[in-house]
Write a protein that binds this ligand. Structure first.
Ligand code: DGT
Ligand code: CA
Ligand code: CA
Ligand code: ZN
Length: 574
């Protein structure tokens, strides 16, 4: 078995355990192990061969043994033991929005539902509505979600899975003879939240192309080869992501790069604009309607210049008004990663973080930040080891001493990531919140409540004078948890009137607010923060995903509070 097959097995086991009702931590252990395997940049068999599986994050002795077993036998006995309690087909049902593990177990136990077809039959016969905790409304929702699932049985990958692999492959290809430039193209270059496949582009003259292609298709992380030609190859990686590689010449690199970056809709608009200028734009060049020499562009800047346009950054290329804005000189002065000088949302060992306050501060400073907010979870979030009021007060002392330790050039603020509880109340009383420098409110539980219920919860947070920011507003997880059913327009209006900051959570599984929502919020004047929600120092690496999402939202530094000096932020929230 390879990386992907073992990761799939762990995910399947995790789902089955969750349906069976096993301990949350046990389920999580399998999911985390699967994440580790999917992020690996070499065959897991190679690591196992050196006996160092347990050096990997999230792989302990038990899981290492299971990996060894799968590598040796191609099977996992434990899986079959769990399958005796939980038919593996049930796992598929979890893909239906609105069906969590508990409900899957319920429909199985009470109605014998195993497959999606069984589920649809039961729903159409009106049998779901009588189950405990269900009702006519949830039955209708499940039918609608089944329908949606049929329409786009989506096989897209989270940005965070694709990006590091693409960088790794390009870094390797860069070193090959004849390679003068490399780039990612497609949805990955535009930093879309999910990726259909990775498009890689390498600039080299034709004589070097065969060797580059041979090297590419023989990379250790390639699982299978579906095309192997002199200028284009296509492979599937061990984690299932498809990769297209093209070797392109220097003289029209710009035209080709622009073509293969897309989006398709943006390209269509560029071609229309070319036509208005008596040119026709194809993937290689501009040809002239009057029969003159074609125009080859070595850079993308030259492509846009030929169209009398300023350069348009890849995250904007979605045909969302960028070409019109470019024409009128109204392109936004996009936020860049080095504009960010603070992170307002992170965790320490006080709750579920992996590093101490001081370690987090030092890591943040090493990345050029000037101040941070430590925002551990609040008391009702037991699974994340949320802080009691007493602990929160004890933490204040440690914040103070860590802040002193960091010296004058860096500030550590004391915050909380406070639960907005299922009943709409907040997890700490006002007098406790008043003691903190920065208060974040979050929805983590009961995300599938009705719109009325979740909106009441969000309003309770926004209306509280101590709450400064709403983190990952919808709670969605990419690719498969859709998040709460919020009326975003009303959330934005309330955030605006209460001066509450809305977050773009940079964790690539969240990216919440989305690009579209962040753009609308900022248009209305809502202030945005881009935070890594770091649970360990290396999570600060997520920042570029958040910045890219902000760029896709057309944000400028002024829209984003963590570009501001601390005094300005404090003035804003007070
Ligand atoms: P994805 O892979 O589904 O996340 O989305 P993209 O945008 O990466 O699309 P992909 O991989 O099919 O193609 C990469 C780029 O190549 C795409 O953004 C634009 C260009 N391209 C591919 N096919 C066409 C086409 O039929 N027409 C035009 N105008 N451009 C295309
Ligand atoms: Ca693609
Ligand atoms: Ca492609
Ligand atoms: Zn958090």
């Amino acid at each position: 078995m390879n990386n992907r097959q073992i990761a799939d097995m762990f995910d399947r086991v995790a789902d089955m355990l969750a349906i069976r009702g096993d301990n949350f931590h046990r389920v999580l252990a399998y999911r985390k192990a699967s994440e580790t395997l999917r992020a690996l940049s070499q065959p897991v068999a190679d690591i196992a061969a050196t006996g160092s599986l347990t050096d990997l994050p999230n792989i302990g002795k038990t899981l290492a043994e299971k990996i060894d077993e799968m590598l040796e036998t191609g099977d996992l006995a434990f899986y079959h033991r769990v399958a005796a309690d939980v038919p593996p087909e049930l796992v598929e049902l979890l893909r239906v929005e609105g069906l969590g593990p508990k409900k899957v177990k319920l429909v199985y136990d009470k109605l014998g539902v195993v497959t999606m077809d069984d589920l649809e039959t039961a729903a159409r016969a009106g049998k779901l509505r009588d189950l405990p905790g269900m009702g006519q409304r949830s039955e209708e929702k499940i039918l609608a979600n089944l329908e949606a699932l049929k329409q786009h049985g989506d096989d897209r990958f989270p940005l965070g899975d694709a990006w590091p692999l693409a960088q790794q492959i390009l870094t390797e290809l860069e070193t090959l003879p004849g390679v003068t430039q490399t780039a990612v193209g497609g949805s990955l270059r535009r930093m879309c939240e999910t990726i259909g496949d990775i498009d890689l582009l390498v600039c080299a003259s034709a004589e070097f192309a065969p060797a580059i292609m041979d090297h590419f298709v023989n990379l250790p992380l390639v699982e299978s080869i579906s095309g192997h030609g002199p200028t284009k190859s296509r492979v599937t990686l061990l984690n299932g992501i498809g990769v297209d590689l093209r070797v392109l010449p220097a003289e029209n690199w710009g035209t080709l790069l622009s073509y293969f970056t897309g989006s398709k809709a943006h390209n269509v608009k560029l071609r229309e604009r070319a036509r208005q200028r008596g040119l026709s734009l194809n993937e290689y060049d501009f040809t002239r309607d009057d029969g003159g020499d074609p125009i080859l562009c070595a850079t993308e800047e030259a492509v846009y210049a030929t169209l009398d346009l300023p350069y348009i950054a890849p995250p904007l290329r979605e045909d969302r008004g960028e070409i019109e804005a470019a024409k009128q000189g109204r392109l936004p002065d996009l936020i860049e990663q080095n504009d960010i000088i603070a992170d307002l949302h992170m965790h320490s060992t006080w709750s579920d973080g992996k590093a101490t306050i001081l370690e987090m501060a030092r890591a943040a400073q090493a990345r050029g930040l000037h101040y941070i907010v430590i925002s551990d979870h609040s008391r009702s979030l037991g699974i994340a080891n949320g802080l009691s009021i007493e602990q929160l007060r004890e933490q204040a002392a440690e914040i103070k001493s860590a802040d002193a330790e960091m010296g004058d050039d860096f500030r550590i603020l004391h915050g909380t990531e406070m639960e907005i509880k299922a009943d709409g109340t907040l997890d700490y009383p006002d007098d406790v919140l008043a003691e903190l420098d920065f208060v974040i409110a979050s929805l983590h539980v009961s995300l599938s409540q009705t719109r009325d219920q979740v909106m009441k919860r969000v309003f309770a947070a926004l209306d509280n004078p101590h709450v400064d920011m709403l983190a990952h507003p919808t709670g969605r997880l990419i690719p498969d948890r859709p998040g709460a059913d919020l009326d975003m327009e009303r959330v934005f209006m309330a955030a605006l009137s209460t001066r509450t900051i809305l977050e773009i959570n940079a964790n690539p599984r969240r990216l919440d607010l989305t690009d579209v929502n962040a753009r609308r919020a900022a248009q209305l004047g809502v202030k945005i923060a881009i935070n890594c929600d770091a649970h360990a120092p290396d999570h600060f690496d997520f920042l570029h995903y958040g910045v890219a999402t902000a760029q896709r939202a057309w944000l400028t530094p002024n829209n984003v509070v963590n570009t501001w000096p601390l005094e300005k932020l404090l003035r804003f929230i007070n």
